[in-house]
Design a protein around this ligand. Structure first.
Ligand code: NAD
Ligand code: DAU
Length: 340
């Protein structure tokens, strides 16, 4: 049996990754280490094969807890754990520095101490900043790191520590940089689940600025599969961009959600723009496609339909979140602009 250590596996992408690995392999055991912050949710892990999956609650900044949980000679450590929402990083950046930067370094130190064979850092295209609106420029693996939000800066800093571990200590590292994920179990602070949930409840849909910012969307399972392939086939020290060549303006995404739910476009409300709002993300995934033999399997139309259906069929999941601390967050974030 292979042993892998996954951090942040109770979150949106981490839980999709854990599910995929358990379903598509038979010789992998997973230790899933997650602090269960507001974004972590044990409901995301229901029904997993308990003989090959062990959940441990813990903080990646807590060196002793990590050392205790991480097995000697583990085959790989996959670091998904992070503060992941740009708007929250604009309100307060310290948590992002702690988890995303210090936490990553704690994991690197622990991986060295426990002789972990490979360290996979789940990073983001946002470390490369923003692109012009014309569609000829793309993020490539050698694009400069020019993070614009505190979140992106913390993820870029984490990448530098991963690189330094490789150069200084010879740690076997792989970095993946994916674009915007969507799919089941995404916390309703992010564009797609927020819009689905508001539309289902007949509430206003807050679109930032002119709604013409572009994101490159990928179905979460396709991202998870790319991370697994990067672990299995990626070169030591490799960086892999992951994207499904699916650029969309935000307003187009929001209108598609309303149309799929049979709700009127009059629910759209343009609100004050995000500070430092990156205009366009677009990923050239040629290296990942060619070297790893990866290709996305889910089209935008299928993926959006599956996602909307999941939120329709799992309203309890969203309601548990909407009834908790999320209410205060939502009020602070959107209260003034939606009531104006
Ligand atoms: P998420 O916010 O849904 O989940 C993050 C998880 O990390 C949660 O389960 C949370 O409890 C856990 N966590 C947070 N702080 C922790 C800590 N200190 N110790 C242990 N666990 C902690 O995030 P996500 O969208 O699933 O993103 C996962 C990773 O993928 C992140 O590293 C993010 O930067 C990266 N990423 C996300 C996207 C995207 O579109 N969502 C795209 C590219 C890369
Ligand atoms: O590109 C990868 C990144 O994608 C990940 O690294 C991040 O973890 C993830 O959160 C995501 O970042 P974005 O900032 O692009 O995602 P978000 O869903 O917050 O916003 C998507 C777009 O929608 C962005 O242009 C802002 C806009 N938006 C977002 C919200 C929440 C709105 O117009 N209204 C909203 O209420």
């Amino acid at each position: 049996m292979k042993k892998i250590f996954v951090t942040g596996g109770a979150g949106f992408i981490g839980s999709a990754f854990v599910k995929l690995v358990l379903e598509e392999t038979s010789d992998v055991e997973i230790i899933n280490f997650d602090a269960l912050t507001y974004a972590g949710n044990l409901e995301n892990l229901k029904g997993l094969d308990a003989t090959r999956h062990k959940f441990i609650k813990g903080d990646i900044c807590d060196k002793d807890a990590v050392l205790q949980a991480l097995p000697e000679n583990a085959d790989a450590l996959f670091n998904f754990a992070a503060e992941s929402h740009v708007d929250r990083s604009i309100s307060s950046a310290s948590e992002f520095v702690l988890t995303n930067v210090l936490g990553t370094q704690v994991l690197i130190d622990a991986a060295r101490a426990k002789n972990v064979r490979r360290f996979i850092q789940v990073s983001t295209d946002e470390v490369m900043g923003t692109l012009p609106e014309d569609d000829t420029a793309f993020f490539r693996e050698d694009s400069p790191l020019e993070p614009n939000s505190p979140y992106a800066a913390s993820k870029a800093a984490a990448e530098h520590f991963v690189r330094a571990a490789r150069e200084t200590f010879g740690v076997d590292t792989v970095i993946t940089r994916c674009g915007n994920n969507y799919g089941p179990r995404q916390f309703p602070e992010k564009l797609i689940p927020l819009m689905i949930s508001n539309a289902m409840n007949g509430e206003a849909l807050p679109v930032y600025g002119d709604g013409k910012n572009v994101r490159d969307w990928i179905y979460v399972e396709d991202h998870a599969r790319a991370i697994w392939l990067a672990y299995e086939k990626g070169e030591k020290g490799g960086i892999y961009n992951v994207g499904a060549r699916n650029e969309r303006q935000n307003i187009e995404v929001v209108q598609s959600i309303l149309d799929a739910l049979g709700k009127p476009h009059s629910l759209i409300k343009y609100v004050t723009d995000r500070l430092g709002h990156d205009r366009r993300y677009a990923i050239d995934a040629a290296k990942t496609e060619n070297e790893l033999g990866w290709k996305p399997q889910t089209t935008w139309e299928e993926g959006l339909q599956k996602t909307i259906r999941w939120y329709q069929e799992n309203q309890d999941w969203t309601n548990h979140i909407r009834n908790g601390a999320y209410r205060d967050y939502y009020q602070k974030m959107y209260g003034a602009s939606l009531s104006a």
